[in-house]
Design a protein around this ligand. Structure first.
Ligand code: B12
Ligand code: SF4
Length: 498
């Protein structure tokens, strides 16, 4: 093996899920990793991948260090994603284990959280050699040539690469900048997963819906597929909105793949026996020309597969009609996030529709018997015991109108996203923000990996509404739990982990 990719858990590198009650391990690999791993393989490198939480959930005594030592040829380059802030501690715990086992390996991190905090991470954590800001294909192609292939260019010339200069601890970034355009995205292979250990278990885990799926014996298989990058919205709690992508990756709005390219990938998945494909961005917010072409080509080629799509806003009836004529509805699910039953709270947070339009849209989905997952968000700015009554009313109304076997509902607490508008401009939203530096996220993850005996929901989320102390969130959570328990559909209590 030349290159190893590791997806860390939220928890430490040797987490024992069989012994303690954990917060979610966050086992999803960033969708874009698939593209650059396959690109490196196409360049001729031997690449392998480990999804650490999936390994640990299956074999609780799995040891990354031992596994590394047991390899006949050890990797020269180790890639670890630090994309979601939830991996701030876990990713560095993996980096430390790698460096302590293979002192000559070059350790590289990347992803959205790395993109924001790369300099601070390199200054504080000696186990990391390089951090990639923004898109990673071109930087990794050049770095792999340098580290594995003994290339002749200087690392100082590699775009988007943050490095420690020889003379001191302060990190520097080369001025060259790279971000993937549509043609680049279409040229990548976002489907092949044969480089990943336990790929079938991981495909089972990615399936969204009602099917009974276990890691050991998955019944259905799904795959998160890149359909583009970026976003055109700026929901105030989100670190992946338009402004953040512009700041972190130099992108303005969506960079879309072509419908033809995506159809080709969906055809491959269907042929390989996948029941579902999860689209990385809401194609209902792409131009109508795009999704009409996409659905038509799927129908013309008689490709039937379930689709998981999260609606960023409300889809049009036309979109729903097209999707339902095309997809295998037995394996389809759509997620919708009204956030609150109060229209003003919803609008403040970035979702622009009324309850009336929302309920009318649900009627259209109901006509086609589409399974839906509704997300509220208990602790967002503006949600108070008064507005929360409207959330309960809306949740109740949905439960009374939508078929119970097709409905799932959750009302979790949100943690502050780095680079989100809330994080950057807390005063505009009446917030106090507690997480500012990478160290704050590192400590948050280290302290919340395992469920304590007594949990106050809303605690350790990195922000607080100035006029709504955390104990109020716990009170609202308890009211939600009572409501959830009384429902006939799958309405979940407010999660106790982080
Ligand atoms: C689709 C999606 C999901 C899907 C997962 C899809 C997947 N497998 O990636 C689902 C619904 C499962 C999901 C879950 C979560 N998500 Co999400 N998700 C998105 C969304 C809408 C699009 C994904 C995307 O396009 N990413 C952006 C592109 C740039 O990333 P990418 O192509 O995967 O990776 C590129 C670079 O980041 C970098 N890179 C990534 N990894 C690595 C590793 C190395 C070594 C290197 C060098 C580079 C590198 O290179 C890649 C290619 O160039 C974004 C919002 C958005 N519009 O971006 C949110 C977003 C990424 N998610 C977010 C969050 C918070 C979560 C959750 C933690 C939510 C929760 N509390 O459960 C979970 C974590 C799940 C887990 N790990 O198990 C935040 C992240 C904020 C932050 N900075 O941490 C975002 C920005 C928005 C949001 N609030 O939802 N998510
Ligand atoms: S939460 Fe809002 S800004 Fe973030 S990806 Fe979704 S639609 Fe875009």
């Amino acid at each position: 093996m030349d290159i190893l990719y590791v997806h860390p858990a939220k928890q430490e590198v040797d987490a024992r899920y069989d012994k303690f009650r954990s917060s979610p391990p966050y086992p999803f690999i960033p969708v874009g990793v698939v593209g650059f791993v396959n690109m490196l393989r196409a360049e001729g490198y031997q690449v392998r991948g480990l999804n650490l939480p999936v390994e640990l959930l299956q074999r609780p005594t799995f040891s990354l260090s031992q596994w590394l030592r047991s390899q006949r040829i050890q990797p020269k380059l180790v890639l670890i994603d630090l994309h979601w802030y939830e991996h701030s501690f876990g990713a560095l715990s993996v980096a430390q284990a790698v460096k302590e086992t293979l002192s000559d390996a070059v350790v590289v991190i990347g992803g959205l959280t790395t993109s924001y905090y790369g300099e601070e991470i390199l200054a504080d954590f000696p186990y990391v050699d390089y951090a990639v800001r923004g898109d990673a294909e071109e930087p990794l192609r050049q770095l792999a040539a340098q580290v594995v292939g003994k290339g002749s260019s200087q690392v100082g010339d590699i775009p988007n690469l943050i490095r420690r200069p020889g003379s001191g601890p302060k990190a520097e970034q080369n001025l060259g900048f790279y971000f993937a355009d549509s043609a680049m995205l279409d040229s990548l292979d976002f489907v092949s997963m044969d480089w990943l250990s336990n790929q079938r278990a991981y495909a089972g885990l990615q399936y969204s819906g009602a099917g009974l799926v276990t890691l050991e014996k998955p019944k259905f298989f799904s795959h998160w597929l890149t359909v583009g990058r970026g976003c055109v919205f700026d929901c105030i709690y989100c670190g992946g909105g338009k402004e953040s992508h512009s700041e972190l990756a130099g992108r303005n709005g969506y960079v879309m793949r072509s419908p033809e390219g995506v159809v080709e990938d969906v055809a491959r998945l269907a042929k390989e026996g996948f029941q579902q494909v999860n689209l990385s961005l809401d194609i209902a917010t792409y131009p109508a020309k795009w999704w009409r072409a996409f659905f038509k080509q799927l129908r013309d080629r008689e490709i039937r597969i379930g689709i998981y799509n999260e609606f960023f806003q409300l889809p049009s009836n036309d979109f729903i009609d097209e999707m339902c004529r095309t997809a295998d509805l037995a394996h389809t699910e759509v997620a919708i996030s009204p956030l609150s039953g109060d229209e003003e709270v919803r609008r403040t947070n970035g979702k622009y529709y009324t309850n009336e339009r929302f309920l009318r849209m649900l009627e259209t989905l109901k006509k086609y018997e589409v399974p839906i997952f509704i997300y509220f968000s208990l602790n967002l700015p503006g949600e108070t015991p008064q507005t929360f009554k409207k959330t309960l009313q809306l949740a109740d109304q949905i439960g009374k109108t939508y078929p119970h076997d097709l409905l799932r509902m959750l009302n979790p607490c949100h943690t502050l996203d780095p680079m989100s508008p809330m994080s950057r401009r807390p005063d505009s939203f009446g917030m106090n923000v507690q997480f500012n530096t990478f160290r704050d996220y590192y400590d948050y993850c280290k302290g919340t990996g395992w469920e304590p005996r007594r949990v106050v929901r809303g605690q350790h989320r990195g922000f607080e509404m100035a006029s709504r102390p955390t104990r109020i969130i716990e009170q609202m959570a308890q009211i939600w739990d009572v409501f959830a328990q009384a429902q006939q559909f799958r309405c979940f209590p407010v999660p106790r982990g982080w």
